[in-house]
Write a protein that binds this ligand. Structure first.
Ligand code: ATP
Length: 735
C-alpha cells in the first residue's frame, strides 16, 4: 500500500454514473496516473490517495486507488485551476486568474469567509459575487452528499439534484428516510433508495420498509395512468419488488391507512382497489362535484338562442348541422356538457358560437386547454385568449408552501362559463383542481375527442364521464373540413371506425411509402425530412415536420431516430455550443422536449415571469453556457426557460417523439414508421392519435401489413379508474 499527496492535473476519464475516474496527479515533480472511484475530485484540487501500483497492459504503470481524501488546493496554480475548472458556475479562467492574482493562497478562504472582499476585484458585479458564493457553498454541500452516498452509484448530477432538493439538511433527511429519494429525485428509483436504507440498518422486513415499497408501487401505477391498483396485484408486485411475502405486504396496508397514505375501497363487483391517497381524493371529489353540478338549477340566459345561432350562421356563412345546433343548445341549457368528435367535426366552430352567445348575454367566459400548444391553437382559432388550465388556476410553487393552485374553493375563478378544449388530456388531479376552482353556478363545457389516447397522467376522466351517462354528451360524427377533401380527416375517421385508409392520390395529403426493412424505413424518413419534403412543399425540417413513433427502442425507436435526425439536421459544428450527455449530445439549435412536469422551474416571456414547464412541451435550444452551466430553451409558447445542467435529464431530443408524448399537439407534417413491434403498442387508438396530430400532411413509411394490423388491433389498454363506477352510483341515487 502506498500513500501519495498531489494536485490533480487532468481528468482523463470519468464515468458520471459510478464515479470511476482516471486522473493525472502531479506529485513532487512527477506526474502519475491514478484510477478508481473518485467521483468528486476536480482539476486543481489537492488529494491524498491510498492505493497500490498496478501494471496496465496498454497504459503502463498506474495507481489503483483504494481510498482517497480531498484537501483544499494550496498552490497558486492549483487554486487557479480549481476555480476555473467549471466547478463554480460564474468563474471561468479569466475571473479565476483575477481572484488568485488578488488574494493569492487565501483565495478560497476569502470566498468562504469574507466574500464581500471579492468586490475589490474589478469587473465583478454584486450579483456575480452572490452567485459565486452560493455556488461555492453548494459545491461543498454536494461534496458532502457525494461522500455520504459513496458506493451507491449516485452520480455527480444526482448529488447536485439531491442537494438542490434538500439543501444543507440533505444527509439528515436521507438518514431519516432514505425512501424519500425515490419520491423526490427524478432518476433515483426505489432500488437505490432501498440499498441506502439497507446500509443505514433498515430491517428488510420492517413495516417501514415494506410500506415505503408498497407506496412506491402505487405511485408507479399512477405514473402509468391508473388511479388505483387491485389489491391482489399490488400485493404481488410489492412482494416481488421487496422480496418479502404477500402477507407482509398486506400487513403494511394497516399502517398506510392509519397514516392516510392509502385508501382501500371495495367496488360494486366486490373487487378491492387500493389508492394512493391524492388520487382517491381527486377521484372522489371529482365525482361529487360533477354530480352536484348536474343537480344545479340552470339560469335562463334571457336570449333567444335559436336567433343567436341564426345570427352566427349569417355572420360566418356556416350553416350549423342539427347536431351542432344541439351541442350549442345543450351547452346553454346544462351546467356540464361534453362535446366530443373527431377532427373536422366542427368542435372549434361550436366553441366560437358558444362563446358568442354567452358573451352576448353578458357572461364571463374562460377558454382553457391542458397544454400550452393546445391553448395557443384554440386562441388562434377563436381569436379569444385561451390559457393553459394551470395558468387559469394560477399555478404557483413556493419553497414554503410547495406547489398548488391559487384558484380553489377558497378563492374561486371569476367566470360564469369555462370551456376546456382537448379535454381528453385532462387527468384526474387536474380535473379535480379545476372543479374545485369553479364558482357555484358556473358552467363547464368539456370539448375533445374521446377516441384519442387518454391523458398522460392518471385517470380516464373524459371517457368515464361520457360512459357514466351523468352529463349530457353530444357526439359529433359528420366531417365538415374542406368539403371532405382532406384525406387526413377522412382517414382518421376511417381508422377510428376500423376501416383501412385510402392514400397516395396525387395532390392529396395522406401517403404510404413502402419500405421493407427497418433500415429502409429509417433511410426513407431521413430522406423525406432533409430533402424531399422541404423541396417539394417548402416545409421546414425542424419546425414543420414531426416524426412520431410507437417505439422507444430499436432502429426506428425514438432514441435512434433522434440521433439520426440530429446528425442530419443539426450536426456537430464548431460554432455551436454543445453539452455532452450520457447517451447523446445537446447542441444549440436542437429540438427538445420536456419529459416530466417540473412545477418549480422558472420561465420568462417578455416581461412576464412564472414557474412550470410540463411534460410534452417542445422547444429549441437557444444557448448553452459552460461557464454558468446552463442551457436555455425557447419553448413553443414563447417562454424562455434556463436549465441548470443538473436538470438536463428532464429534456430529450425531440426530432422524433413517441405518439404518447404527442397528445394534444398538432404539427403541419407527421411522419410515422409502420413496422413490427409489441402488439400492445401497435393499436388502432395509437394510429388514430398519430394521424390526427397532422394538419397538412401524413406520411406513413413501412409495411402495409402492419398498418392493417394496427387498425384491426382494437385493444385499449385497461386503466384502473374508479370514476366511472362512482358517477354511476351517483346517478342511481338520483334515479
Ligand atoms: N356546419 C358546417 N358546415 C360547413 N362547414 C363547417 C361546418 N361546421 C364546421 N365547418 C368547417 O369545417 C372545418 C372544421 O371545423 P372545426 O375546425 O370547427 O372542427 P374541429 O372539430 O375543431 O376540428 P379539429 O379538431 O380537427 O380542429 C372548418 O373549416 C369549419 O369552418
Amino acid at each position: 500500500m502506498i500513500d501519495i499527496e498531489g494536485v490533480v492535473e487532468e481528468i482523463i476519464f470519468r464515468n458520471e454514473q459510478n464515479g470511476y475516474t482516471v486522473l493525472e496527479l502531479s506529485t513532487q515533480g512527477l506526474v502519475v496516473t491514478a484510477v478508481g472511484y473518485m467521483p468528486y475530485v476536480n482539476i486543481g484540487e489537492r488529494i491524498k490517495i491510498e492505493g497500490e501500483w498496478v501494471e496496465h497492459p496498454d497504459y503502463g504503470e498506474q495507481i489503483r486507488v483504494l481510498n482517497y481524501e480531498t484537501l483544499a488546493p494550496t498552490t497558486l496554480e492549483g487554486i487557479e485551476k480549481f476555480l476555473s475548472s467549471g466547478l463554480i458556475p460564474g468563474i471561468g479562467p479569466v475571473t479565476a486568474r483575477k481572484i488568485v492574482k488578488k488574494f493569492g493562497v487565501d483565495s478560497l478562504n476569502i470566498i468562504e469567509t469574507a466574500p464581500e472582499r471579492l468586490k475589490e476585484i474589478k469587473g465583478l458585479s454584486d450579483e456575480k459575487i452572490k452567485r459565486i458564493c452560493e455556488a461555492y457553498e453548494m459545491q461543498k454541500g454536494i461534496k458532502e452528499v457525494m461522500v455520504f452516498l459513496q458506493g451507491y452509484g449516485i452520480s455527480t448530477t444526482m448529488a447536485i439534484k439531491i442537494y438542490k432538493e434538500y439543501g444543507n439538511n440533505a444527509i439528515e433527511i436521507i438518514k431519516q428516510n432514505p425512501y424519500r429519494l425515490a419520491d423526490d429525485i427524478f432518476g433515483i428509483g426505489f432500488k437505490t433508495a432501498d440499498k441506502i436504507a439497507e446500509n443505514l440498518g433498515v430491517d428488510p422486513h420492517s413495516l417501514y420498509r415494506i410500506s415505503s415499497g408498497t407506496r412506491y408501487v402505487l405511485m408507479q401505477y399512477a405514473a402509468n395512468g391508473h388511479t388505483y391498483v387491485p389489491k391482489e396485484l399490488l400485493k404481488k408486485e410489492a412482494a416481488s419488488l421487496l422480496e418479502v411475502s404477500e402477507e407482509e405486504v398486506e400487513d403494511s396496508f394497516v399502517l398506510l391507512v392509519q397514516n392516510e397514505k392509502i385508501h382501500i375501497e371495495t367496488f360494486e363487483d366486490n373487487t378491492v382497489g387500493i389508492y394512493y391517497i391524492p388520487y382517491y381524493i381527486a377521484e372522489l371529489h371529482t365525482a361529487e362535484r360533477l354530480f352536484n353540478m348536474t343537480l344545479m338549477e340552470n339560469e335562463d340566459l334571457g336570449l333567444d338562442v335559436q336567433k343567436e345561432i341564426r345570427n352566427f350562421e349569417k355572420e360566418t356563412g356556416i350553416l350549423l348541422a342539427e347536431n351542432q345546433k344541439l351541442a350549442v343548445e345543450e351547452a346553454v341549457k346544462n351546467s356540464v356538457v361534453v362535446i366530443t368528435g373527431g377532427p373536422g367535426t366542427g368542435k372549434t366552430t361550436i366553441i366560437n358560437c358558444i362563446i358568442r352567445i354567452f358573451e352576448k348575454a353578458g357572461k364571463k367566459v374562460a377558454l382553457a386547454a391542458p397544454t400550452g400548444r393546445a391553448a395557443k391553437r384554440i386562441t388562434e382559432a377563436t381569436g379569444k385568449e385561451a390559457k393553459t388550465i394551470h395558468r387559469l388556476l394560477e399555478y404557483t410553487y413556493s419553497e414554503e408552501e410547495g406547489k398548488g393552485f391559487n384558484k380553489n374553493e377558497k378563492d374561486p375563478l371569476k367566470y360564469d362559463v369555462i370551456i376546456v378544449d382537448e379535454a381528453s388530456m385532462v387527468d384526474i388531479l387536474l380535473m379535480n383542481a379545476l372543479l374545485k376552482a369553479l364558482p357555484i353556478g358556473a358552467k363547464l363545457i368539456l370539448v375533445g375527442d374521446a377516441d384519442q389516447l387518454p391523458s398522460v397522467g392518471a385517470g380516464n376522466v373524459l371517457r368515464d364521464i361520457i360512459d357514466s351517462g351523468i352529463v349530457k354528451v353530444i357526439r359529433l360524427k359528420e366531417i365538415f373540413r374542406q368539403q371532405k377533401q382532406s384525406l387526413i380527416v377522412v382517414n382518421a375517421h376511417k381508422i377510428n371506425n376500423g376501416e383501412y385508409p385510402t392514400y397516395n392520390d396525387k395532390n392529396s395529403d395522406f401517403f404510404f411509402i413502402n419500405a421493407n426493412t427497418q433500415e429502409d424505413i429509417l433511410k426513407t424518413i431521413l430522406e423525406l425530412v432533409t430533402n424531399r419534403l422541404p423541396k417539394a412543399y417548402g416545409f421546414h425540417p425542424i419546425n414543420d415536420i414531426q416524426v412520431l413513433t410507437p417505439m422507444r427502442k430499436g432502429i426506428i425507436g425514438v432514441h435512434n431516430l433522434n440521433l439520426e435526425l440530429q446528425k442530419a439536421l443539426n450536426p456537430h459544428d464548431k460554432t455551436k455550443a454543445e453539452k455532452i450527455m450520457k447517451e447523446f449530445v445537446f447542441r444549440v439549435g436542437d429540438k427538445v422536449m420536456q419529459i416530466k412536469n417540473n412545477y418549480k422551474i422558472k420561465w420568462k416571456k417578455g416581461e412576464e415571469e412564472g414557474e412550470g414547464v410540463f411534460n410534452g412541451d417542445i422547444g429549441i435550444i437557444q444557448s448553452i453556457d459552460e461557464e454558468l452551466q446552463e442551457l436555455t430553451v425557447y419553448f413553443d409558447d414563447e417562454k424562455f426557460v434556463t436549465y441548470d445542467f443538473s436538470d438536463l435529464d428532464e429534456l430529450n431530443l425531440s426530432y422524433a417523439i413517441t405518439v404518447h408524448k404527442s397528445q394534444g399537439s398538432e404539427f403541419p407534417v407527421v411522419i410515422m414508421p409502420i413496422t413490427y413491434g409489441p402488439p400492445m403498442l401497435l393499436t388502432r387508438n395509437l394510429l388514430y392519435t398519430a394521424v390526427t396530430r397532422a394538419k397538412k400532411l401524413v406520411i406513413l413509411v413501412g409495411q402495409e401489413k402492419y398498418l392493417k394490423f394496427m387498425i384491426d388491433n382494437n385493444r385499449i389498454s385497461k386503466r384502473y379508474s374508479g370514476l366511472l363506477s362512482r358517477l354511476k352510483k351517483a346517478l342511481l341515487y338520483v334515479n
